[in-house]
Design a protein around this ligand. Structure first.
Ligand code: TYD
Length: 202
C-alpha cells in the first residue's frame, strides 16, 4: 500500500535537475510537506558503495555489468528506503530512477530496451513514479555546465549524450501521462515555477 507521492527527476548530466529538486524540496517543506530527498545511484548505505564504483572505477566495465550495478542500487533503494517512506505517507523526491537506465544504458550504451524494461520491473517490484520530470537541454550546454572534471559516466562523449537526450524524449513520448518535459535552458526561477505547477497538479 502506498500513501505518499513518488516524483522522479531525470535528464542528462548538467541539466540542472539537482538544483531544481532541492528547490522543490524547500518549497514543499515550507508548506508543511513531509518529504524525502534521495538519489540514484547512492541514496544511502550499500548504495553509496555502489555509487563509488559506478562513478569512479577506472578499469573496464561492460555495459551489462554497469546496468546490473545501477539495478542493484535501485532494488536496494526501492526496498529499504523508497517503499517504506511511501508507506509512511512521505513525498519522495528522487534524483534519477528507472528512466536513467533506459536513457543511459539503453539508448546511450545500446542495450536492448525490452530487457532493460524487464530488469527495471524486477528492481522496482513494479512500482512506478506518480510523476517524472525530464529536464531537457542541448548537449553542448550541458557539457559546458559539467566542466572539465568529469566522472566515468560524464566522460562518455557527445554522441553518447545525444543518444541519452533522444532517449529521454522518446520515453516522454511513450508515457505522456507520467513523464513531463521542461526546457532546461530557461532561468532557474522560471523552471522552478513550472516544476511547482506540475507537482501542484498532482
Ligand atoms: P550523478 O553525479 O548523480 O549525476 P547527476 O548529478 O547528473 O545526476 O551521477 C550519476 C551518473 O550515473 C550520471 O552520469 C547518470 C548515470 N546513470 C546511469 O547511467 N544509469 C542509471 O540507471 C542511473 C541511475 C544513473
Amino acid at each position: 500500500m502506498k500513501n505518499g507521492l513518488f516524483i522522479t527527476f531525470e535528464g542528462a548530466d548538467g541539466c540542472g535537475k539537482t538544483t531544481q529538486i532541492e528547490l522543490l524540496d524547500k518549497y514543499l517543506r515550507g508548506r508543511g510537506g513531509n518529504t524525502l530527498l534521495t538519489r540514484e545511484p547512492g541514496g544511502k548505505g550499500l548504495g553509496v558503495k555502489l555509487r563509488e564504483i559506478l562513478l569512479n572505477y577506472d578499469g573496464e566495465v561492460s555495459p551489462t555489468a554497469e546496468s546490473f550495478l545501477f539495478l542493484a542500487d535501485r532494488a536496494q533503494h526501492i526496498d529499504c528506503i523508497i517503499k517504506p517512506a511511501l508507506k509512511a505517507g512521505t513525498i519522495v523526491l528522487c534524483d534519477r530512477h528507472t528512466d536513467s537506465t533506459v536513457a543511459y544504458q539503453g539508448y546511450g550504451r545500446g542495450l536492448d530496451l525490452n530487457r532493460i524494461n524487464s530488469l527495471n520491473e524486477i528492481a522496482t517490484g513494479g512500482l512506478k513514479p506518480d510523476l517524472t520530470i525530464v529536464f531537457d537541454i542541448d548537449v553542448e550546454t550541458s557539457m559546458q555546465r559539467v566542466g572539465k572534471e568529469k566522472d566515468r559516466m560524464e566522460s562518455a562523449g557527445v554522441e553518447f549524450f545525444n543518444r541519452v537526450r533522444e532517449g529521454y524524449l522518446q520515453i516522454a513520448k511513450s508515457e505522456p501521462e507520467r513523464v513531463k518535459v521542461i526546457n532546461s535552458s530557461d532561468t532557474i526561477e522560471n523552471i522552478h515555477n513550472q516544476v511547482v505547477e506540475l507537482v501542484e497538479a498532482l
